[in-house]
Every structure is written in structure tokens, then in C-alpha cells.
Design a protein around this ligand. Structure first.
Ligand code: ADP
Ligand code: MG
Length: 232
């Protein structure tokens, strides 16, 4: 079981209120996307959920337990992924798992191969492009055994073709393992393609100003075709 309940979440930086009384829930096994303009506070929400920032007010509950200010309760891919420069790519993807269990190196290698990184398994982060590093950070987050995954613009640095491949991969993982996913993107097509539900944030301070249920039955596993039903 993995549910997230955000209630009355408030955060200011200096005199600037970024989040004020923000409220939303993610149900067990649900895929929810957060859309909103740049600077609206999406990454700040993720920093709070990931325990990197403490809220000024309000609560963040995972499966009923308060997790604000606690790191390591969820799997979290930040918008600017930080890889350890002195560790190989394989070590970088398995490091997160090591906190919980002995990493399955073969599985990690297969994932790197699937992401087009077969030649970079023993390379170091500086040898990779930004898009490659983004895929490494994505694999690190999906390898983590936690059932709640937060992904902050995970595919933003990828070309359209690679992005589609990664989207299909994420959906196939979601189909098989059914984690709860909270996904930030600027790309409305991506949000429609992937999500059960979309929350649109307005800014200053951030509030959920619109909420869409994706009403149609989303096609599965690589048989994905984009539909415009939602936009009518
Ligand atoms: P988004 O991810 O939606 O683009 P962010 O959450 O990164 O937005 O930023 C929301 C606002 O909070 C911006 O105005 C940003 O400048 C400000 N902000 C974010 N982090 C900090 C920080 N550590 N200190 C001061 N201001 C911050
Ligand atoms: Mg951001």
C-alpha cells in the first residue's frame, strides 16, 4: 500500500510564499502528473516530499505516517540529478538500492542496456551527455524498492524518440509493479499519455487550480497511441 496525503502544506522562502495551504492526495497505485508554469513550486513540493526541505506548516503523510523532514521514505528523482562523479554508472544506479537491500547488478545492467547505455556501464558520469545522465538517474529511481516514486521532469533532456521509449518503459513498470507515481512535467501530451489524473498548479502561491481524471482506458505496454479525447 502506498498513499500520499498532502494537507495544508505551506512553504515560504524569505518573504515569498511559494506554497500556501496546498492540498492533494495520491491513491495507492495511482499515476498522477503535476503540471504548472516554471517557478510555480513543483520542485519545491518534491523537495518537501523527499525531506530535503521542511514545511513551514502542514503535513505530508505516506501510508498514514508523517514523513515531512524525513529523507528516504520515497524514491525521488530530482529535476537536476546528481550523480557521484567518482563512481561508475553501474555503481551510481545501485547506490540508492544499497540503502535497502543487496543490489541486483544483473538487473541494473539490463536496465542500462535497455536505456541505450550498454557501452557506459563502467564509464564515469562526466563521460555522458545530459540526456544519458538523466536516464541513469531515472534507472536509479526505478530500481529503488520503495513503492512511491516521485519523478521531477525525468525525460526533459531527451530527444523525442528516446523520450517515447522511456515513457513506454515507465508505463510497463507501472503496469507490472503498480507503484504510486507522482510525475512533474511541462509537457501536456506526456501527462495525458502517462497519467490517471492530472493536477494543474497555479503559482504564487502554488495551488491546485484544475484537476482532470483521464477518463479513457489507457492502452498498455507499448501499444500506446495518443488520443485527443481529453482536450476536447
Ligand atoms: P518549479 O519546479 O515549478 O519550476 P520551483 O519549486 O523550483 O518551481 O521554484 C518555485 C519558486 O521558489 C521560484 O520562485 C524559486 O525561485 C523559489 N525557490 C525554490 N527553491 C528556493 C530556495 N532554496 N531558496 C529561495 N527560493 C527558492
Ligand atoms: Mg522544477
Amino acid at each position: 500500500m502506498s498513499t500520499l496525503e498532502i494537507e495544508q502544506l505551506s512553504k515560504s522562502f524569505g518573504s515569498q510564499p511559494i506554497l500556501e495551504q496546498l492540498q492533494f492526495h495520491v491513491k495507492e497505485g495511482e499515476f498522477v502528473s503535476l503540471l504548472g508554469p516554471s517557478g510555480s513550486g513543483k520542485s519545491t513540493i518534491f523537495h518537501l516530499i523527499g525531506g530535503l526541505y521542511k514545511p513551514d506548516y502542514g503535513s505530508i503523510r505516506l501510508n498514514g505516517n508523517e514523513i515531512s523532514g524525513q529523507k528516504g521514505s520515497i524514491s525521488y528523482m530530482p529535476q537536476t540529478p546528481s550523480l557521484f562523479p567518482w563512481r561508475t554508472i553501474l555503481e551510481n544506479v545501485t547506490l540508492g538500492v544499497e540503502l535497502f537491500e543487496k543490489p541486483d547488478k544483473e538487473k541494473a545492467k539490463k536496465m542500462l542496456e535497455r536505456a541505450g547505455l550498454a557501452d557506459y556501464i563502467d564509464a564515469y558520469p562526466h563521460e555522458l551527455s545530459g540526456g544519458m545522465r538523466q536516464r541513469v538517474a531515472f534507472i536509479r529511481s526505478i530500481l529503488s524498492p520503495q513503492p512511491f516514486i516521485c519523478l521531477d521532469e525525468p525525460f526533459s533532456a531527451l530527444d523525442e524518440f528516446t523520450r517515447l521509449e522511456m515513457q513506454k518503459w515507465l508505463l510497463s513498470i507501472w503496469d507490472e509493479e503498480r507503484p504510486s507515481v507522482l510525475f512533474v512535467t511541462h509537457n501536456i501530451e506526456e501527462a495525458i499519455f502517462l497519467s490517471d489524473r492530472i493536477l494543474v498548479l497555479g503559482s504564487k502561491p502554488a495551488q491546485v487550480i484544475k484537476e482532470f481524471d483521464i477518463a479513457f482506458d489507457r492502452p498498455r505496454n507499448g501499444e500506446l497511441t495518443l488520443t485527443s479525447e481529453f482536450l476536447d
